[in-house]
Design a binder for this molecule. Structure first.
Ligand code: COA
Length: 570
């Protein structure tokens, strides 16, 4: 079938659905929901058999839904309606939740039901639930709905569904999210911030300044302390601050001032946080208890696991430097295999565009950041004593993908999306030694295609084209276990030393043919042009990305029906 994806943005859920449908032989094109007339035009050009709306912020116009079957993905159980479905479910502590695929009609989310899939709720950020449980359920439900549509089935009116347990809920307002620092315990504060993460955040104050807060972490060491001092910010660690609650304290990692964009708290409030006492970890690498800890290390049986839980997978200059130091230290440990485990939702999305945007000179900060990324990638490439594995439990994009490729193996959890290209960010050339790492994996031609086509890859497709080495279990716990087992096998294998010798030999040969320094220099010469040259595209693209400017057109590489050679199907 020809399926048009009508969506507010090409987010990870839309990418995943598009890829899954395409893999099943459907012809996919994408149009952003910009205006009714634009959507109508897309429908006229593409003549879809079916329209799927994975992520919309407003209703589909009647001119479209009255003539075409439109499947709307709603992140709620059957009967649930309204724009804050997940927010309510999380805030009210629902134990089970779901995704429903409905047919668009006049009343939003109230059309007949095509399919539904449920999942157990987790105490986690809304964005994390969306990228994991919701995405998985949405794929199941959309594939079921598309199958039924293809078979000529009809949807069931909501009133006839015995499982319609949900109801119409209003937009969640900031008043519903407000934290009462004197009354709310740590669990409540965490739940409220989680229910608003990564958008819209909870409206609050830090240092007396109104702002939205995001990215809350528990702090176990203060659990059960007296309520005196609740609400006070009592310390900092790296970029986060520790704030007292009625019965303990929570960490807050990110904030957005009313007139700004989301930043690590230490950057949103540089003067105020500089005066706070540092609350150090006993040891930077050791995972002891629930606390704010972005880099951690574990080792067992000759395998070391380096975790880096960076918010949104964005890696600032300082984060890259700290991670490089951690990796350099890990390489001195008595381990044969190093697993770079990344974070639970993201592995890496490359340089930190928000931190760059905030800098006095974004061009200089971009330069520092890409050099710090390159240093980190180099540390990984030059690890002749260990086998290195990038284990992607979460998505990776742009430079983050090539940082992963700097490891000997890339293993991704099924469900992970990879975007191994840079051009979407204002035609950025990219670095991280991609010109060395990519062609030797996939060949020159395919490397050029990947960069030019700018398409997302599912974990499975990434293996098929040779970008990565394995697509492992889709469940997060099963993935962790699978990675650990395979890594242990490598560490214990009789041929490990031969393998390491072969790795060193290959590196030496590659270096003799063309030094890594030459690849880096060539890439950075292009990046220098992106950062400091006449063409401001990268700075303009970053400005809009960070501020979440509304798209005013659908990129041509997504809207196939707008290709120059496109002819309207009969
Ligand atoms: N720097 C700062 N923030 C970033 C980021 C980066 N490199 N990459 C992603 N983010 C943020 C987004 O702004 C968004 O913020 P939010 O919490 O306010 O919603 C969040 O991470 C999730 O991003 P989103 O685009 O919703 O995630 P996705 O999984 O749907 O899409 C990508 C993933 C990789 C396609 C997309 O995030 C992207 O294009 N990122 C930029 C990659 C890039 O160009 N990096 C620089 C060159 S190396």
């Amino acid at each position: 079938m020809r399926i048009l994806l009508l969506t507010h943005a090409f987010n990870s859920l839309t990418q995943r659905l598009g890829a899954e449908l395409q893999q099943r032989g459907h012809e996919i094109s994408i149009e952003f929901d910009i205006a009714d007339s634009v959507a109508e035009e897309a429908v006229a050009l593409f003549r879809p058999d079916l329209i799927v709306a994975p992520y919309l912020r407003r209703a589909i116009p009647e001119s479209i839904w009255s003539r075409h079957v439109c499947l709307v993905v709603h992140p709620g159980i059957v009967g649930d309606r309204g724009p804050s479905a997940l927010d309510w479910a999380l805030q009210e502590g629902a134990a089970e939740w779901g995704v429903t695929v409905l047919q668009a009609e006049a009343e939003m989310d109230a059309g007949p039901v095509w399919a539904t899939a449920s999942f157990a709720m987790r105490a986690a950020k809304k964005s994390s639930i969306y990228r994991n449980e919701v995405t998985r359920a949405a794929v199941t439900a959309v594939l079921a709905a598309v199958g039924k549509f293809a078979a000529g089935d009809k949807p069931t009116p909501l009133a006839d569904r015995p499982d319609a347990r949900g109801r119409l809920r209003p937009l969640m307002k900031q008043a519903d999210r407000a934290i009462d620092w004197q009354r709310d315990d740590s669990a409540t504060v965490l739940r409220k911030i989680n229910a608003a993460d990564g958008f819209p955040g909870v409206a609050d104050h830090l240092f007396g300044v109104p702002c939205r807060i995001f990215d809350a972490w528990p702090e176990a060491s203060l659990a059960g302390v007296s309520p005196v001092g609740a609400g006070r910010v009592i310390g900092r660690r790296e970029t986060a601050v520790l704030r007292r609650t009625r019965d303990g304290a929570v960490w807050i990692g990110h904030a957005r001032r009313e007139d700004g964009f989301k930043l690590p708290v230490s950057l949103a409030f540089p003067v105020e946080t500089a005066e706070l006492a540092e609350v150090p970890l006993a040891a930077w690498w050791r995972i002891e208890q629930a606390t704010w800890q972005d880099i951690a290390w574990e080792e067992s049986g000759g395998v070391g696991f380096l975790h880096f839980e960076f918010y949104n997978g964005a890696m600032s200059t300082a984060q890259c430097r700290r991670l490089r130091e951690a990796l350099a230290w890990a390489k001195t440990r008595p381990v044969k295999v190093i697993v770079l485990a990344g974070g639970s939702d993201f592995w890496s999305n490359g340089i930190h565009l928000n931190v760059i945007e905030q800098a006095g000179s974004p061009a200089d900060e971009s330069w520092h950041n890409i050099n710090a990324m390159d240093d980190l990638a180099l540390e990984l490439i030059e690890s002749g004593r260990q086998i290195t594995i990038a284990a992607l439990a979460g998505n990776a994009g742009a430079g983050g993908c090539f940082l992963a490729r700097a490891a000997d193996f890339v293993w991704a959890r099924e469900g992970v999306m990879l975007n191994p290209h840079y051009k979407n960010m204002g035609n950025l050339y990219g670095s991280e030694y991609w010109t060395y790492l990519l062609p030797r994996r996939v060949g020159e031609q395919r490397a050029r295609d990947i960069m030019r086509n700018r398409q997302p890859l599912t974990a499975r497709a990434a293996v098929d084209i040779g970008f990565s080495d394995a697509c492992l279990a889709g469940d997060a716990d099963a993935f962790r276990i699978d990675v650990a087992r395979r890594a242990l096998e490598i560490a214990a294998a009789a041929d490990l030393n031969d393998r390491l010798a072969a790795k060193r030999e290959r590196r030496a040969k590659d270096e003799a043919e063309k030094p890594l320094a030459a690849y880096r220099e060539e890439e950075l010469a292009q990046m220098r042009r992106n950062f400091y040259g006449f063409d401001p595209s990268y700075h303009v693209a970053r400005h809009h990305f960070v501020r979440k400017s509304l798209a005013s057109w659908t990129p041509r590489h997504l809207a196939r029906h707008r290709d120059l050679g496109w002819t309207v199907p009969a």
